[in-house]
Design a protein around this ligand. Structure first.
Ligand SMILES: Cc1ncc(COP(=O)(O)O)c(C=O)c1O
Length: 503
């Protein structure tokens, strides 16, 4: 069997396995008695059952204005009125982030069982922050964190972390721990150097600023043609900085970059970080959970050598937005940056043997995030997650071959499930502005159709279309739809061009 056929066969198998993540039977909801719950569940059911027909994107300028007509007021509104409003402002408008057609930015989908976890977390209002008052809720989160530590290959005894609201805050937490561990303080900051490539997610720069490190010297390490950090360039930069009396303290690698899913060479970077005493942080917010697949494990070798890692369950574990995670090799580093014994919290002190999120994070009262992650993992088991993730990698490879075959230029072969591509017709080859405009037009046409939603990026002044496959609901039909749409748009463009020339 040739590779193309085996790729397609495998995709079919994976899709069937991944389908188990679809919404389950919602029969229990019939017991709900109160009107708001009835309507909320009816809304959810209608939303989920019509999801395959819904668009992934519809430009929306109206709903914010509608919403303004419903200010917070003293008197209650009727559930019918409120749910009718929700239908009006949410259905068939704006980005539909639950849709399998969402192929832009970094999608995830949002598992139904996670929503049930949220519902129960809110109903029970479990306090997931301090072990003493809520041991099960804290333990649940700690078990999830332990599982993630094992997934990356961290030592069981010392590692730890917590669930954050997302990748940006998880990266912030890691940077703060690194800052304190490496004693980057006041007068030392302007001489302290940080290393990463142009592919680093912008939140890292934002986080450095928020962490009081805006004056650090930023070193952008050169990359290979595949947008991966060149370790020998990193080493040269560090040595030069040392010769100039600077203080290299942090290197940030990407394990799945947002633009192209590039993975920096983690082992080589770890060697250099160790040699020169730098904190090694890996932003695997997008790529981290691909460690559940053999392909991901292979590609992220060396990740366990990082001092800190960010991986977002609201990306690669398909959770709804609001779930990130930061894990560190030595949990004491998070503890030292965050721990505080307040007088009114003294009853919790004897229970410090089990680390509580309050001890290692800036948060105190917080959403019980653990339940929304724990429940789907318990009810689905890991198998469909592994299948869905491998499916996403292969779908991206499938698309890569497809668009190449109809004349699109592509970026590097996708390491994971994000890739770039653009259309460069022969007659425009030397006209970068026209190429950029043409591709921007293609994007507009795809998104005006709305059945699938794509985004773009700019690299070295070139406009690229971007494909990001990560929603558990994205299957081969969505990719085929995009492919046929692109083919049609490109044919239309050609026709328009030839008519233009004929005139
Ligand atoms: C690699 C990477 N890091 C960090 C982030 C930021 O994560 P969040 O949007 O959850 O704050 C993203 C978001 O897409 C990302 O792709």
């Amino acid at each position: 069997m040739d590779t193309w056929t085996s790729l397609q066969n495998r995709l079919q198998e994976l899709e069937a396995a991944a389908l188990q993540l679809e919404q389950p039977d919602m029969a229990f909801r019939k017991q709900a008695s109160d009107a708001a719950a009835e309507q909320a569940f009816a809304y959810a059911r209608q939303f989920l059952t019509t999801l395959p027909e819904q668009k992934a994107f519809v430009e929306d300028v109206i709903t914010p204005r509608i919403l303004q007509q419903y200010p917070v007021q003293d008197e209650p509104r009727k559930p019918e009125e409120v749910f009718a409003l929700l239908h009006k402002i949410f259905d068939d408008v704006s980005l539909n982030a639950a849709s399998g057609g969402h192929l832009a930015y970094i999608p995830g989908g949002g598992l139904y069982y996670a929503a049930l976890g949220d519902y129960l977390a809110a109903v029970t209002n479990k306090y997931s922050t301090v072990f003493y008052i809520s041991p099960a809720a804290v333990k649940m989160e700690n078990i999830l964190i332990r599982w993630m530590c094992e997934l990356v290959g961290y030592p069981v005894d010392k590692s730890g972390g917590y669930l954050t609201s997302g990748g940006s805050l998880a990266n912030l937490s890691a940077i703060v721990a690194a800052r304190d561990a490496k004693q980057v303080k006041a007068e030392r900051i302007p001489r302290s150097t940080v290393y990463f490539t142009h592919q680093v997610h912008h939140c890292v720069l934002k986080d450095l600023r928020v962490a009081g490190l805006a004056e650090c010297v930023i070193r952008e390490v050169p990359m290979t043609d595949a947008y991966e950090m060149r370790p020998e360039a990193l080493q040269q930069m560090i040595e030069e900085d040392l010769r100039n009396g600077l203080y290299p303290w942090l290197v940030v690698a990407s394990a799945g970059s947002t633009d192209v899913s590039a993975i920096d060479p983690l082992n080589e970077i770890a060697d250099i970080a160790e040699k020169y005493g730098l904190w090694f942080h890996v932003d695997a917010a997008y790529g981290g959970f691909f460690l559940l697949t053999d392909i991901g494990k292979q590609k992220m070798k060396g990740i366990h050598r990082a001092d800190s890692i960010v991986m977002d369950p609201h990306k690669g574990l398909f959770m709804p937005y609001g779930t990130g995670a930061v894990i560190v090799k030595d949990v004491q580093t998070l503890w030292r940056s965050n721990h505080f014994d307040a007088n009114y919290m003294q009853d919790a002190i004897p229970y410090h043997d089990e680390i509580s999120p309050a001890d290692i994070s800036p948060e105190l009262s917080r959403h019980f995030r653990g339940l929304r992650v724990w429940l789907p993992l318990q009810l689905h088991g890991l198998k469909p997650f592994r299948a869905a993730l491998e499916e996403k990698i292969l779908l991206t490879q499938y698309f890569y071959h497809q668009v190449k075959a109809i004349g699109f230029e592509t970026g590097p072969f996708p390491e994971l499930s994000v890739m770039i591509y653009r259309y460069v017709p022969d007659h425009l080859k030397d006209n970068i502005t026209a190429i950029n405009e043409l591709n921007a037009r293609i994007l507009k046409k795809v998104n005006a159709d709305g059945k699938v939603f794509i985004s773009s990026t700019s690299l070295n002044g070139q406009y690229w279309l971007r494909l990001a496959v990560l929603s558990f609901r994205t299957h081969r039909a969505h990719i085929d739809y995009l492919f046929h749409l692109l083919k049609k748009i490109v044919e239309e463009e050609h026709l328009a061009q030839s008519q233009f020339h004929a005139v």
